[in-house]
Design a protein around this ligand. Structure first.
Ligand SMILES: [Zn+2]
Length: 510
């Protein structure tokens, strides 16, 4: 079916060059064929027989590219007890008790997204507190970062021997034990697929049209299943976890396999843990746990070997690194054995080693960062200050400093929370000048920057002749200030098709 549309009377932020604006554009098929003045666009629409829509002066932006998501997990949250808004540990435990009262059978109850740094108690839940709720049903409460969970005795008994990192005495499930719960409690494909479908609708209401998602094979199958039915509306580049690297390399499966809607990208390695779990690898001890500096998951040589194997296979390595020691290690390893043509990445990059910034810039290593972490944890008394203390906690998420140094920034949400607008607000209103970006620069990182990071700069992250027709219509222009965090598109388009519209706010042809 031939498809197309002329949009006039808009304020189009093309993102093609810095600050570039246009008032009209022509979409033909799945692409933008022209951006420019209304007169020219109208004439072209007339000769091509395309409908004309008046945007009533509204703002049009390229669709956002979220460089770090977990969409299936995001969708699964709808079925799980969400503790994100629990104001205290005792309130969280009461919510868990209420959920258990409604629970039938002996299946696992998994509650997610607690964050003790926001609670007055300032501590993790304890195993005995969960045993007091139930001894029969396995019960697990997973922290917001995914790297820490606490289980009751029934859960620990079940997990012991199945996953490493289970401490049956404290109930603490650290790193693999928490991150890999879905290996032990797998999600059936229909549930994974419907969760993905649910999360992609959230993406479209936020103006996110492309994601770079991290998957286990069963989640990749959910993407495939949706795509096969023609129901994958967002574009997705997916990276598998490093456990599957050897199998992929052996089978000759390289990044780039797929099409322009669903494409295999690379592999993800965990260089360290999280600040929340005191497992991010720091150069100096934690302020609130002076006995530890966290831990590196790889030796230098093992990390290099994994990166070399991935790069040789044509799979983009994404190295999760949060603490300054882990970031420094990842930079060295990527510089030594990465392939810059693949655009290797460091995920999170929350702290950094000042001496390695030049290498990051020179080697084209992508800093894949989450501006929402500033809004979540950078306020005085928040997680960063608790773990790192002043002045160290102020030197986290230094988007501006990295950008000035010529580092390639890609922005994403990590689904913590899945809300790029909250992230953009966190970044443009960040407390430190070394963090703060202008609205244009922050959007650039969330569009062109992220598109570059997945090798899609030719067609994604901007609007102009030949770009994909992935865009959103906003009711007001994005501005620094209170409205930014709550900004939501009136309508979202992917490949020229309307995939989301708020009632009465769609683009209408005249
Ligand atoms: Zn993640």
């Amino acid at each position: 079916m031939a498809r197309g549309l002329a949009v006039v009377n808009a304020q189009i932020w093309t993102m093609e060059t810095r600050g570039d604006r246009a008032d009209s554009m022509l979409v033909q098929g799945e692409r933008v064929s022209m951006v420019g003045e209304e007169r020219t666009i109208l004439a072209k629409a007339r000769t091509s027989g395309l409908p004309v829509a008046d945007a009533s002066g509204r703002t049009i932006l390229p669709g956002l590219v979220d460089a770090h998501t977990h969409l299936v997990h995001q969708g699964l949250l709808q079925h799980r007890l969400d503790l994100r808004d629990a104001p205290s540990l005792s309130a969280a435990l009461r919510a868990v008790r209420r959920r258990l009262a409604r629970h039938r059978g002996r299946g696992l109850v998994l509650a997610e997204r607690w964050d003790e740094s926001r609670w007055p108690e300032r501590r993790y839940p304890r195993r005995e507190e969960l045993d007091a709720i139930t001894t029969k049903v396995p019960l697990i409460l997973r922290r917001v970062d995914g790297h820490v969970a606490v289980g009751n005795r029934a859960a620990c008994d079940f997990l012991r021997g199945r996953l490493p990192g289970v401490d049956a005495d404290t109930g603490l499930l650290l790193e693999e034990a928490s991150l890999n719960l879905n290996q032990v409690f797998p999600t059936p494909l229909p549930e994974a697929t419907s969760s993905l479908a649910f999360a992609q609708e959230q993406a479209l209401t936020l103006g996110v049209t492309t994601v770079h998602d991290f998957v286990v094979p069963s989640y990749l199958r959910a993407f495939e299943a949706l795509h096969r039915r023609g129901r994958l509306k967002v574009r997705a580049h997916v990276s598998l976890y490093v456990e599957f690297l050897d199998a992929l390399a052996h089978a000759g499966v390289a990044g780039g396999i797929g099409d322009d809607r669903l494409r295999l990208h690379g592999v993800k390695l965990f260089g360290d843990g999280s600040l929340g779990g005191h497992t991010a690898a720091l150069r100096q001890p934690y302020a609130d746990a002076p006995g530890t500096r966290g831990r590196l998951n790889f030796t230098d040589s093992a990390l290099r070997e994994r990166i070399r194997t991935a790069s040789t296979a044509g799979l983009v390595p994404s190295v999760h690194a949060i603490g300054d020691a882990a970031v420094a290690q990842a930079v060295k390893a990527l510089a030594a054995s990465g392939d810059r043509r693949l655009r290797p990445r460091i995920e999170h990059f929350e702290m950094h080693a000042p001496e390695s910034v030049r290498t990051v810039a020179e080697r084209g290593i992508v800093a894949s960062m989450q501006p929402n972490f500033v809004g979540e944890w950078n306020r005085p008394g928040g997680l960063y200050e608790q773990r790192l203390a002043s002045p160290r906690y102020r030197r986290t998420n230094e988007f501006q400093a990295l950008r000035r140094a010529g580092v390639r920034l890609a922005f994403g949400s990590d689904c913590m929370p899945f809300d790029p607008w909250f992230g953009l607000a966190g970044c443009v209103e960040a407390p430190q000048p070394s963090q703060r970006l202008s609205v244009d620069d922050a959007l650039e990182a969330y569009t062109r920057g992220s598109a570059w990071s997945i090798g899609r700069e030719a067609d994604l992250g901007w609007l102009g002749r030949g770009s994909a027709a992935d865009f959103m219509v906003l009711p007001t222009p994005p501005r620094r200030g209170t409205g930014l965090a709550g900004l939501r598109p009136d309508a979202t388009y992917v490949a020229g098709a309307a995939v989301h519209a708020r009632a009465g706010r769609a683009l209408r042809s005249r």
